[in-house]
Design a protein. Sequence first.
Length: 276
Amino acid sequence: MTRVDRRGWVIRFVVAALVLAGACGWNDQVSQTELGQTEVRLLVPRVVAEHPHDPGAFTQGLELVDGLLVEGTGLYGSSTLRVVDRTSGKVLRSQDLADGRFGEGVTALGDGRVVQLTWKAGRAVLWRLDPLVPVGTWDYDGEGWGVCRLNDDTLATSDGSATITLRRSDDFSPMGSLRVTLDGQPVDRLNELECVGFTVWANVWLTDRIVAVNAIDGQVTAVVDASDLPVDRSSLGPDDVLNGIAHDPDTNHFLLTGKHWSSLFEVELVEATGDG
């Protein structure tokens, strides 16, 4: 991307953000940034419904597309992309990743395709969903963890650090980055991502926390404590943690699950009361 192209993209991105902010007050779940100071909201998930989830799925990415769940799973030799019925948990279609790659985050591109990252292979796989077939690849530098679509032009990706990289949605080339901070301190281990408006919801790996990140300045505007989700942990290992976030625009609810979890939770994010 040339310097002129980059400047033009930044202008379009900021204008779009300002229009969205004026139209809908950013996102109902997060607070405003005023005069450089961000009021961080503390949220908890209130379970609206609990659905079955395949406990064999090492969930790495989750997205709601036309009422169906698109789920990316990981681990060498067993990574897949699958289409799942959200209510029954039934796997409707599934394909293995080629060449034994370790699957990571997924997001829909808005044109009938889905992109799935890989951990260390430096390659993203493009899929059509029906029939479920790979239709291309994008190469990139570094590790791939999470990905979500901010708008028609822009994807956000994570690599396990405190950095979110902004990429073109047509060729995956990097356009810039955000340093994610909470009270001025970097938030490391950003993993699975879900974009809602110009907010990036990011799971913090090996924790039960999700942070809401302002996609303009990288500041955390809300922290979700999901430690009280009624997860059956009797057969879970230390790596089987929260790692699936999907937003339902029809209800403004989120769908949450984790690696090898037997449940998918539909939740409403509400203010933490502080009374336990």
